[in-house]
Design a protein. Structure first.
Ligand SMILES: [Zn+2]
Ligand SMILES: [Zn+2]
Length: 334
């Protein structure tokens, strides 16, 4: 019984940042719509335009935010989990080498491009599964998460393959939301700031709204800029700290999944520019198989190798033909 209570308390604590953000959004709605638009702005046309545009920014911002929170994280597919017989075999194994051989045997048939620093397959002891490329175990969610970026307490969810696009859009629309409030309330902020001696609750809401918009806007913009940089290199936050090690080269490479700026964006946002700005799933991959720049460079070198081979073949054929001609001439001369 105590454990159930404790678990519920822990679960509730995790939701506190989300409740806080939701309260700030709710209060900003009241401050902007009631205090600014309805009570301060006199012109009807200005009032209507401000309220209309505000709702567009608000809808996009909250839609992306709640999509990031409530989109379930993607776990590895069944083929990555060890069977009961494998787990039993690992449990009865006497040394690490025997355990490693069970893992490597299982990993042999899986589509993997990366490995551990010791050369084995990446294995999660808690989930009893081989980790697909770019996936990691999240200690808070207590599961392996596909293309895990980081665990974000502000959305009480892991940011990974299933919701990375929503997370970027949430940051993007949050910055636009703050920027819009800043730009449209600046005029009234200056007016009220000059009349600060006469205290009114409405003015207090507007002044606070202006400061909160600047504060949140700057901090979210910093985070957005960092994620745009990571997105342009097709690198997750975790990979930026520890680069993946590729089986093909045996080396760690931060740019292993970096294709080109456009292709990197397509991997997350899909091919349609219209849909890219909507918080709906449009990703170009399945979260398990990822194209790599390493593969491409290997393919390119193989192509060059083949091209060199065919050049050599042509030269050899030409040499043979000229040899035959020389022989024929020699025979006629004789
Ligand atoms: Zn795990
Ligand atoms: Zn998590």
């Amino acid at each position: 019984m105590e454990n159930v209570c404790l678990n519920n308390c822990v679960r509730f604590t995790k939701w506190i940042p989300v409740i806080f953000i939701s309260c700030v959004i709710g209060w900003s709605y009241y401050a902007y719509i009631v205090q600014l638009c309805l009570l301060c702005i006199d012109q009807m046309s200005k009032k209507v335009i401000y309220i209309f545009l505000y709702h567009i920014f608000l809808i996009m911002f909250t839609w992306s935010y709640f999509q990031t929170i409530f989109t379930p994280i993607e776990k590895p597919s069944n083929e990555f989990y060890l069977r009961d017989t494998d787990i039993y075999q690992m449990e009865i194994s006497e040394n690490e080498l025997a355990k490693k051989s069970v893992i490597d045997k299982k990993a042999k048939d899986l589509p993997l491009l990366t490995r551990t620093s010791t050369g084995g397959a990446r294995y999660c002891d808690k989930c009893k599964c081989i980790k697909p490329d770019r996936s990691h175990h999240c200690g808070v969610c207590q599961t392996c998460v596909l293309k895990m970026d980081h665990h974000c307490p502000w959305v009480n969810n892991c940011v990974g393959y299933s919701n990375y696009k929503f997370f970027i859009l949430f940051l993007f629309y949050a910055v636009l939301y703050c920027l819009y409030i800043f730009a449209t309330s600046l005029e009234y902020f200056i007016k009220f700031w000059n009349e600060i001696q006469s205290f009114q609750a409405g003015k207090f809401h507007l002044l606070l709204l202006f400061f909160v918009a600047i504060m949140f806007g700057i901090s979210i913009f910093t985070l957005l800029a960092y994620h745009i940089y990571l997105l342009s290199r097709n690198c997750t936050t975790l990979e930026s700290f520890r680069a993946p090690i590729f089986i093909s080269t045996g080396m760690s490479d931060k740019n292993g999944f970096n294709l080109s700026k456009l292709e990197n964006c397509r991997q997350v946002f899909g091919n349609s520019l219209m849909k890219a700005f909507l918080p709906i799933c449009t990703s170009n991959n399945d979260g398990i198989n990822f194209p790599t720049s390493i593969k491409q460079s290997l393919a390119a070198s193989t192509q060059n190798y083949n091209a060199n081979d065919s050049l050599l073949l042509n030269e050899r054929q030409a040499l043979n033909t000229s040899k035959k001609m020389m022989d024929q001439i020699r025979i006629t001369m004789e």
